[in-house]
Design a protein around this ligand. Structure first.
Ligand SMILES: [Zn+2]
Ligand SMILES: [Zn+2]
Length: 397
């Protein structure tokens, strides 16, 4: 038989689990004044801090070599310390004022767990460099950075003012975001292998040398143009070839546009698009600095164009892809179907005759026509294969 204090603790843990599950399933506004916003911030920072400490313990398996060679470990330790202090301070304050007790107990336990495992002082010894890894550090840093930056931009310049941060299906898109980041090593390995083995024969050293003599800015603009031409035609093929659309429709199935919505992509589309867009850059042989600048721009623009943001772009909208331009691409409205393919330079769609022409300023509905995409990350990864089997079954019967 359970002793009374033990039974009470089990009940308490059960209540914390129930309340956390309930919070994670919810969507909608975080109402200010009841401690919910500070509780969510404490939980997020507590959780990311614990994961960060694990990444410090096992850098060979949980960090990305390309990233860890770039950043300063000391700066990351300071960042971790700030996150721990914030999460600890917020959860403790909420506990003192008896707000959201169970959730703040969990946030505080996450902070204690991170501190017990070494906190921001966890030592990092020597470790081997060529181990298989998941990009946990990339996930933590990008989630923290993107949330901070884009939530501020979306709150300052919203297109849909009433749209909450935790809008419907945020859980699905966060899973897409997480998996795309965790699998970054596998994705990079596959992309590099395919680029070198399939397109390597096209490389001409004298041609590449002459490209690298172009000044930085024109070379960067040219690099973006080459990448966007490749991505324009790849993207158009995704829309016009029925088999490819089965994969790409996952990206189009989001009904709410915000910075996280762009993460919803089938994993095979992520790999195929990166191969087909990076291969021409590899063949042309742009300088390393130019390619790095391009990667920063694509990383920012790809998130921004999905964001719930409206800015007065003026005539710039005919030159570069803006959130307004890409929101139309995600629309179900008749005039927007198979339009606005570009990712960087909107003039490509005007040039190829595929730009949306509408009297309306903004689309009315987002998502795929017929709303046939199942909800949930795993079902969406499985969707193209299920659709293929279904189509095969129909032709055989
Ligand atoms: Zn598309
Ligand atoms: Zn998109």
């Amino acid at each position: 038989m359970l002793t009374a204090p033990f039974a009470a603790s089990v009940r308490h843990v059960g209540a914390v689990v129930d309340e956390t599950g309930d919070l994670l399933r919810r969507s909608g506004d975080l109402r200010a004044g009841r401690g919910l916003i500070s509780t969510v911030v404490a939980l997020l920072l507590g959780c990311l801090s614990l994961l960060a400490v694990l990444a410090f313990h096992f850098p060979q398996y949980l960090t990305m070599p390309e990233l860890r060679h770039q950043y300063s470990v000391e700066v990351l330790r300071q960042l971790l310390l700030v996150a721990l202090l914030l999460a600890g301070g917020l959860s403790l304050t909420n506990l003192i004022f008896a707000r959201r007790r169970n959730l703040n107990l969990l946030a505080f336990a996450l902070v204690l767990g991170a501190v017990a495992l070494g906190g921001s002082r966890v030592p990092v010894g020597d470790f081997p460099n060529h181990t298989p890894y998941i990009g946990l550090d990339w996930f933590i840093l990008d989630l923290l950075g993107s949330t901070t930056l884009f939530v501020v931009i979306e709150k300052l310049f919203p297109l849909y003012r009433g749209q909450p941060i935790f809008r419907p299906e945020w859980q699905t898109d966060l899973k897409h975001f997480a998996v795309n980041h965790f699998l970054v090593g596998l994705i990079l390995l596959t992309v590099n292998f395919l680029i070198h083995h399939v397109f390597g024969w096209l490389v001409s050293a004298p041609f590449q040398q002459s490209v690298r003599t172009i000044a930085f800015l024109p070379q960067l603009l040219l690099c973006i143009l080459v990448a966007d031409l490749a991505q324009y035609w790849t993207h158009r093929a995704y829309h016009q070839v029925p088999l490819l659309w089965k994969f790409h429709s996952v990206h189009h199935s989001t009904k709410t546009m915000d910075w996280l919505a762009g993460s919803r992509q089938h994993i095979l589309e992520v790999i195929a698009t990166r191969v087909l867009v990076l291969a021409p850059l590899f063949v042309v042989g742009f300088g390393e600095g130019v390619v790095n600048a391009y990667i920063l721009i694509v990383g920012f623009q790809a998130v921004l164009i999905h964001a719930n943001v409206h800015l007065p772009w003026g005539p710039l909208k005919y030159l570069i892809v803006t959130p307004d331009f890409h929101h139309w691409h995600h629309s179900q409205d008749t005039e927007a179907i198979d339009r606005n393919y570009a990712a960087h330079y909107s003039f490509l769609d005007y040039l190829f005759g595929t730009a949306v022409k509408s009297k309306k300023q903004f689309p009315e509905r987002y998502g795929v026509v017929g709303d046939y995409m199942p909800a949930g990350f795993m079902r969406q990864q499985w969707f193209p294969f299920r659709a293929m089997f279904a189509a095969q079954g129909k032709t055989e019967s």
